[in-house]
Design a protein around this ligand. Structure first.
Ligand SMILES: C[S@@+](CC[C@H](N)C(=O)[O-])C[C@H]1O[C@@H](n2cnc3c(N)ncnc32)[C@H](O)[C@@H]1O
Length: 273
């Protein structure tokens, strides 16, 4: 056990994988769903006031009359998809959390919810609006982002929009290379039983960040969860989308359509095909 621990506490190589299932672990996914559905917090999903405002803005820039067919990638339990459907949109939601998709299917029978990895989508000229909301695009490694962007462009109808958000350097300005630990007696986010949580924040080249959680239970079992992210500037995101074929690109501060500001923690892009 100690050898495994010593291996895990070395700085992981870029885009190394978690040792254990994260999104579909039966205990973690229950906590994750509860977090999505908490109306007041920004974790897993944003707070409901923000989501309501966001849906209102989406409706204003991609009205249902002209943009009725929506693809929501990483839809979670369908908080956006459900609201959009009540405004008349037909939404296809894709997520690789089984529990979230089951919840979404139960709460809304009009939308289509699919349990799959969105990197595997194969659509052509089918959607008026495609979205990836809550900075999920940037958890992917560069080759997967490139692959996904091409698939999204292909899946959009001419005149369609792709909307997504990412974190900026402002979000990470106070996050340094650091480690900490905690003893959790019961009902932690990752484990129900007593455990130690060793937490690290690692910094890599090209604005890549890693949040690492080592969960060690009383039997000495270790789970190593690696949550990757990249923050972007206008320039670095433009490099990724410049040659895809989109006609125009708009920048906002967030997915509620606030005017773009350099001091915003997030950046939202609207790409028009
Ligand atoms: C931060 S949550 C955001 C959920 C939703 N967009 C929202 O704002 O309420 C990210 C979601 O993306 C899903 N996800 C992450 N990577 C995925 C992938 N490659 N394929 C499908 N779903 C993915 C996760 O399961 C999770 O539900």
């Amino acid at each position: 056990m100690i050898h495994t621990l010593f291996e895990y506490i070395k700085k992981p190589t870029m885009y190394a994988l978690s040792s254990s299932e994260f999104w579909n672990d039966s205990y973690i996914s229950k906590n994750m769903l509860r977090t999505h559905l908490d109306p007041n917090i920004d974790a897993a999903s944003r707070n409901f006031k923000f989501i309501d405002q966001s849906v209102k803005w989406l409706n204003s820039i991609a009205p249902v009359e002209t943009h009725p067919n929506v693809l929501d990638l990483g839809c979670g339990p369908g908080l956006y998809a459900d609201r959009l459907n009540s405004l008349g949109y037909q939404v296809t939601g894709i997520d690789f959390s089984k529990r979230s998709i089951e919840y979404a299917k139960k709460t809304n029978k009009n939308n289509e919810y699919i349990y799959m990895n969105y990197l595997e989508i194969e659509y052509e000229n089918q959607f008026d609006l495609i979205m990836i909301i809550y900075c999920d695009f940037a958890v992917l490694k560069p080759t997967d982002r490139k692959k996904l962007l091409k698939k999204i462009y292909k899946a959009l109808k001419p005149g369609g929009k792709f909307i997504f958000d990412v974190f900026t350097s402002v979000y990470y300005k106070d996050k340094y290379e650091q480690t900490s630990w905690a003893y959790i007696e019961k009902n932690g986010f990752f484990n129900k039983e007593p455990h130690l949580c060793l937490e690290a924040h690692h910094i890599y080249e090209n604005n890549v960040r890693l949040n690492q959680y080592l969960i060690i239970d009383e039997n000495g079992h270790i789970d190593n969860y690696l949550i990757w992210d990249t923050f972007f500037t206008k320039e670095t995101i433009l490099q990724e989308i410049r040659n895809l074929g989109f006609n125009s690109i708009e920048f906002y501060s967030n997915v509620c359509g606030y005017k773009f500001r350099e001091d915003s923690e997030t950046m939202c892009l609207v790409l028009n095909k």
